[in-house]
Design a protein around this ligand. Structure first.
Ligand code: FES
Length: 98
């Protein structure tokens, strides 16, 4: 569905997406990395349970909220991937941060 226009040579990092270990381009946003690996939807809405996925990719719509390393409600389009990061789909408002 999505394809990079160029390879900047930054290499790859290992992350997990809903428990599945994958390699993603270093320097990419969590949203882009998760879209590359087919994470759809990213979350469900807190009120109706409707599926949501990234829309603006610039921090305005909040439809890309996911759990990252156990912390809910992170904007996937505003966070870059890091080695060992755990990314999870989020249901509703998400669990409170520990
Ligand atoms: S995709 Fe809109 S805030 Fe992340």
């Amino acid at each position: 569905m999505f394809k990079k226009l160029h390879d900047d040579g930054a290499g790859q990092v290992a992350v997990t997406i809903d428990g599945r270990e994958v390699r993603v381009p270093a320097g990419e946003t969590v949203a882009a990395a998760a879209l590359i690996h087919g994470l759809l939807p990213f979350r469900t809405s807190a009120v109706s349970g409707a599926p949501r996925a990234p829309y603006c990719m610039m921090g305005a719509c909040f439809d890309c909220l996911v759990e990252i390393d156990g912390v809910a409600n992170r904007q996937a389009c505003q966070v870059r991937v890091a080695e060992g990061m755990a990314i999870r789909r989020q249901d509703g408002a998400g669990a409170a941060a520990p």
